[in-house]
Design a protein around this ligand. Structure first.
Ligand SMILES: NC(=O)c1ccc[n+]([C@@H]2O[C@H](COP(=O)([O-])OP(=O)(O)OC[C@H]3O[C@@H](n4cnc5c(N)ncnc54)[C@H](OP(=O)(O)O)[C@@H]3O)[C@@H](O)[C@H]2O)c1
Length: 263
């Protein structure tokens, strides 16, 4: 029996990732808050893969008690081979004008929940991978926002940078171990992300999450940048001096805010 967990599987990229993961696992645990949408994902998975066991684990990952309950629930499913840390999001707006509790929720969802999930699952995953000889995988769904400073998305962008750095560092701690850590850096996608964040319009044409999910799970790279534009952003971030980067970000942001002038 091979078990996978996909967080944020109730919509968008997570649903598409879960559909692909279901093709190669016998059990997939789907997490999210919206049970109706999780049921939709589970139904699609079962229809496409009649032998897969799709299990719904409802939890608000920003809530400490819910998260604790989820971790206990995960223990019932035996060793997990694939973890997809996809749930995420955050509020769009000026830092000084955003409700502080909303900012903390963003940290809880994008940072604390992922730290706790990985810390909870990793020892058993390691033990099982060592004894079975099968490499386990952890996918961190970061963002192109983790490459650079993102005004109006300061806490979300910084949280994704944390996630990226955590994954990169875990890789080093796990050198020689049968655990494969992958980091994905998607850019704008046509999901509920923008509406939830409060962005009326994305800056670039959003990509189809099904295509992005395919690229992420089909990639042989450990760092996966699914869109060409984001490869360019990652390079610009590395080569430009800080002040030049500020200039480029400010210009892009001005255009973005103009397009979203209803905000
Ligand atoms: N769309 C983009 O433009 C974009 C760009 C770069 C990176 N990303 C990243 O891609 C990942 C997937 O996002 P998406 O674009 O597919 O957005 P989405 O459609 O809004 O999906 C977000 C998922 O996360 C779950 N989630 C959100 N808050 C949660 C909470 N408090 N507790 C538990 N689950 C929660 C949602 O489930 P429930 O609603 O059921 O709770 C949903 O399944 C995220 O990590 C996002 O940061 C997105």
């Amino acid at each position: 029996m091979s078990v996978a967990i996909v967080t944020g599987a109730s919509s968008g990229l997570g649903r598409e990732l879960a559909r692909i993961v279901a093709q190669s696992h016998s059990k997939v645990v789907l997490t999210g808050r919206n049970v109706d949408q999780l049921n939709q994902t589970a139904t699609e998975l079962r229809k496409e893969n009649p032998r897969v066991e799709a299990i719904i684990a409802q939890a608000d990952l920003a809530d400490r008690n819910d998260l604790g309950r989820l971790l206990q629930q995960l223990d019932q499913h035996g060793p997990i081979q694939t973890v997809v840390l996809n749930a995420g999001g955050g509020p769009f707006g000026k830092f000084a004008e955003t409700d502080p509790e909303t900012l903390i929720e963003c940290l809880n969802l994008n940072i604390t929940a992922n730290v706790r999930i990985v810390r909870h699952l990793l020892p058993t995953m390691l033990q099982h991978a060592r004894s079975s000889g099968k490499t386990a995988k952890i996918y961190f769904i970061s963002s192109h926002a983790s490459f650079m400073r993102v005004p109006h998305f300061a806490v979300y962008g910084a949280a994704k940078s944390f996630l990226t750095r955590l994954a990169q560092t875990l890789r080093l701690e796990l050198v020689g171990e049968p655990i494969d850590i992958r980091i994905a850096f998607p850019g704008a996608m046509a999901t509920q992300f923008g509406a939830r964040a409060g962005i009326p319009r994305m800056i670039s044409e959003p990509a189809n999450p099904a295509g992005i999910a395919k690229k992420i799970l089909g990639s042989q790279s450990r760092d996966i940048v699914p869109a060409f534009m984001d490869v360019a952003i990652s390079i610009v971030d590395k080569v430009l001096p800080s002040s030049a980067l500020d200039f480029v970000v400010r210009r892009t942001q001005q255009r973005f805010l103009k397009e979203n002038s209803t905000k």
